[in-house]
Design a protein around this ligand. Sequence first.
Ligand SMILES: Nc1ncnc2c1ncn2[C@@H]1O[C@H](COP(=O)(O)OP(=O)(O)OP(=O)(O)O)[C@@H](O)[C@H]1O
Ligand SMILES: [Mg+2]
Length: 295
Amino acid sequence: MHTVAVLSLKGGVGKTTVALGIASAALRRGTRTLVGDLDPQGNATATLDPPLTDATLADVLETPRLAVINRAIAASSWSDRLDVLVGAEELELLNEPGPDSRRMENLARALDELRAAPRGEPYELAILDCPPSLGRLTRSALIAADAALLVTEPTMYAVAGAQRALEAIEAVRAEHNPRLRPAGVLVNRLRVRSYEHQYRVEELRESFGRLVMPTAIPDRLAVQQAQGACTPIHEWNSPGAQEIALTFNMVLAKILRSNRAGRHRLSSDEPDVPSDNETTSEFPAIRAFAEHETG
Ligand SMILES: Nc1ncnc2c1ncn2[C@@H]1O[C@H](COP(=O)(O)OP(=O)(O)OP(=O)(O)O)[C@@H](O)[C@H]1O
Ligand SMILES: [Mg+2]
């Protein structure tokens, strides 16, 4: 089970949209997938609309046992090949800093249990939709993840925000989870005709090189329409939806490819992210990743 955390420093940039877009692409591809909703707002859960469960992710973070995680998972209304580890408002209480840092590892523990004893066909992919902060819930996701996908809008603060998020990823990698790697920086809500947006994407590329995903998600009304109807974007019938769906296919392919390359690299010298301008990046977090990637 390849586990991807979808995060950003800022709220409302499209984490849930991206998590659900990747889930929709996975569904189209026949990939058995679990979406974990770490956001107390529960937007991913609301859109995937599973039946009521008698436990939630908040219970899993308290008690990381197989029986509890199994009670917190239900099939989504999209398909019985796409399940939800349901979110809840009570998660907010677990986002607070506190003395018990061991609890941050509980999601990783619970997902390990699920890996060891899958219910039915094992999940190939788990997507963790994070809340809009780098607090404990996001860190729980990073500790449980193999890869972290950063979402950003092409705005003035994008570089600084992505830099801080990459530093948080690097801190979790160093302290808790050596297998964690950045899946990339994904630009969302791009308006291709906007000079300002093009400029900001260039700025991101100059700062983060190939960590910036080659495909950006365009700004399209179809995203909101499909979400409002609780429908996967791949099933929404409009040219805008098709464009977005294709983009998410590419994002999913890149995530799965880099997973395979990551595993392959354990037995070869081939770097996944050649670190031409990244090793010399002015950002320590990126240098650390580049060194980790090639080292
Ligand atoms: N590419 C897009 N085109 C059009 N609308 C979009 C796009 N991406 C996101 N949106 C809209 O922007 C709003 C915020 O998106 P979303 O909920 O995915 O952000 P988020 O980062 O998960 O927010 P939060 O931080 O509150 O969890 C939603 O109404 C969503 O439909
Ligand atoms: Mg969200």
